[in-house]
Structure formats: C-alpha cells, structure tokens
Design a protein around this ligand. Structure first.
Ligand code: GAF
Length: 388
C-alpha cells in the first residue's frame, strides 16, 4: 500500500521529496454501543487495517487533498485561513474540519500542504473510516507544524470536526480508539471523564472475526442524530428527579425504579438500552479479565438484542448475520458493531470452528439476502502515528 501511496503522491504533486508518512487505524468495538454520548463505557480496539497519508508542507496558503482510493481521483483544494463545510469537497470535509478545529483552538497553521491518502478500511461499514482520517489529519498537523498536542486532544478535535463541521453528532469512542489504540489490547474507556485502561484481548482458543454485511442504509447520520436526541431527552426527564449527568450514572435497578419519569415510550426504550449496555460493558470487561470468555459472549449477544429491539439501530440483513452466527457451534458471541443501520458484526469464534463459520455465514447469508458477506480476522493494532 505504501508504494502505491508514494507513486500517487508523485503523480499529483510532482515528487515526494520531504513528504512525511502517517498511519491511522480503523477500529472495531467489542461491546458498549451507543453509550459514548450517554456518559457510559465502551470497549473498542484499533485494527491493523487503516489509512496512510503522505503529507508535505507548502510555502503558500493552499491545502490540497487527494484520496487514491478513488479511480481517477481529483485534487480538492481549499485555502487557509477561511474554512467552511462545502458539499462539493466530499470526504475532504472530514480533514478540512480538523484543520478548522485546530485553528479554532488557537494552534498555528500558517501554511498549506499537499496530502495524498490511501486506506483499506471498508467505508460505511461501521469500522470508523471517518475517525481514522480525522485522527490521521490531526497527527499529520501535530508533526508538520510542530504542535504540542497529545493524542487524546487530537481525538477530541476529530470529534469536533465531525460534530461541528460535518454535522454528525458522534461521541468520542471512535476517535479515541483510533488515536489511543494499543496492539493486542482493547480500551476500556469511561466516556464520562475519559479515564481509560487497556485490557489484553486474550481469548484462549478463539479469535475476533468481523463480518461485513455489505449493507449501508441511507440517512444513517440523521437516524444516528435522532437516537442521540432521544436519549438526551430521556436523560432530561430523569434529571427532573435524579442528580445525574449521564445515563451511564445509573444501575439497572435505579433505572427500573425511575423509568416512569420518562413518559415517551420510545425515549424510555433508548434510555433502557444505554443504561443496560453500559452495565453489560463493565461486566464484559470483568469477565474478560477473569478469562471467562463465555460470559463475555453472552453479554455480546444481549447487546445485539438490545440494539435491535430497544435502540433500533440494526437492520434485517445484520440481524440475519447475527442469527446465523448464533446457530453455528463454536461461536461464543456475535453482535452488530459500530453506529448501526448496516455495516459489520463482530463475533468471537473458537479457532477450530472458524472454517465452518466462514462457510456457513457466507452461504446462509447469500441464500437469505442475495448478498456476499465478507469476513476479516480482526488484528488488533496500535493507534495513529508518524511512520519514520
Ligand atoms: C458511531 C459513533 F461515531 C460513535 O461515537 C458511537 O456512538 C458508535 O456509533 C455507536 O456506539 O461509530
């Protein structure tokens, strides 16, 4: 991939002298879905699949962006310092939004740059291709402009780009996982205060598999924002009596006692998911630490049911993938991962069952939906950085 990137950079920008190389991963979330903007816990890990960028500072105000993932890609050019979201700039808005957020925080970016990018994260599959490129941009700016900023701050800036520049009100999970990932570990992150710990993903005789449904439903961003608004409304209703700052502050029992405060039935279901999912995540991490993979798997399955029925962010195709997986011997747990409305599932599968899993999932899913699923073995890698 790196050779293609250098070649592409030279094609668009003449030569690659002085260009610096950066990498930023995708992520898969093991459990803790739609809890990150509810003050709850998440448990994602960075993947070895990701995005590379070559970037070189220019002497003028122009910022040039090209993605080699598109055939006959065209360079998008914008000029510092006045930056705004422009529909015509497409994917580059995620990167421009990061530069905009750096400037907004007072960091000095006084000259433009040439950037070429190439990655292997399937887009729209719930594996954080957008967080990957946001954190990639932030990392490149840190080194190119010699900015004193840590990776957590870069993650937050990525989220600002997405929320305020691109209009998608995501939480912090994806950018945090991509920025702070650690090889062979998942990150147990409390989104209420951004405290975190790494937990080794030791699965004895099993592996993490990601299955791409190759389905992406439309209006995902607006449906996501709706969910966020619904859970915020539920929180407000609970706050009329309880002194809490997020749904993640509640235990299941506290929720059951006070749920009557949420009069809207849909909002109550959303809150129920957020509260129970947060508690499931805490339990799952404890189970993993105790080498109790079976409990971890059961909690994954319960997570899927809650995302399907209470949070309503699954879809028939992904439900099918999960149901197929649940019925295969040697599958310890399986659930939808990421924002939802299509995308991928994450499953823990015993090593000696993987071959059968691949065969069964591909054939049964094709039979049910007419679509070819794709299965990747999750390799857990490090977070974003400069490649020397
Ligand atoms: C998307 C968002 F970007 C995350 O912040 C998170 O809310 C996730 O959906 C659901 O858990 O990936």
């Amino acid at each position: 991939m790196k050779d293609r990137l250098y070649e592409g950079f030279r094609k668009y920008y003449g030569d690659s002298n002085g260009a610096e190389l950066f990498f930023s991963p995708g992520r898969v979330n093991l459990i803790g879905e739609h809890t990150d903007y509810n003050g709850g816990h998440v448990f994602p890990c960075a993947l070895t699949m990701g995005t590379y960028a070559l970037v070189r500072k220019r002497g003028d105000n122009k910022m040039n962006f090209v993605s080699l993932n598109f055939n006959n890609a065209e360079v998008t050019t914008v000029e510092l310092p006045e930056l705004s979201y422009q529909k015509k700039n497409g994917w580059a808005n995620y990167l421009i939004g990061v530069v905009w957020a750096f400037l907004g925080k007072g960091y000095k970016i006084d000259k433009g740059f040439d950037l070429a990018m190439l990655g292997n994260i399937p887009s729209g599959a719930g594996l954080s291709s957008s967080a990957s490129i946001e954190v990639l941009m932030g990392t490149a700016l840190k080194y190119l402009y010699d900015i004193d900023i840590d990776m957590v701050e870069i993650a937050k800036i990525g989220q600002t780009s997405e929320n305020q520049f691109n209009g998608m009100n995501c939480g912090i999970m994806d950018q945090f996982a991509v920025a702070m990932g650690k090889k062979d570990n998942a990150i147990f992150l409390d989104t209420a205060d951004l405290s975190y710990e790494y937990a080794p993903v030791k699965l004895k005789d099993a592996k993490v598999l990601i299955t791409n449904s190759h389905v992406k439903h439309s209006l995902v961003d607006s449906a996501y924002n709706d969910r966020r608004n619904e859970s915020t409304a539920a929180l407000k209703a609970l706050q009329t009596k309880l002194n809490i700052s997020g749904l993640g502050d509640l235990t299941e029992e506290e929720f059951e006692e006070n749920q009557y405060l949420i009069t809207d039935e849909v909002q109550r279901k959303r809150a129920k998911h957020a509260v129970y999912e947060n508690q499931r995540t805490i339990k799952a991490v404890n189970a993993l630490k105790n080498n109790d993979i079976e409990t971890f798997g059961k909690l994954m399955n319960a997570s899927h049911i809650s995302l399907r029925d209470d949070y309503e962010v699954s879809c028939p195709e992904v439900d099918k993938l999960v149901e197929i997986a649940w019925n295969i011997p040697g599958v310890i747990g399986s659930r939808i991962t990421g924002g939802g409305f299509g995308g991928c599932t994450v499953s823990i599968v015993k090593n000696d069952a993987i071959e059968n899993f691949r065969k069964e999932v591909i054939s049964k899913y094709k039979e049910a939906t007419g679509i070819d699923a794709e299965i990747y073995e999750a390799e857990i890698g490090d977070g974003a950085g400069r490649i020397q």
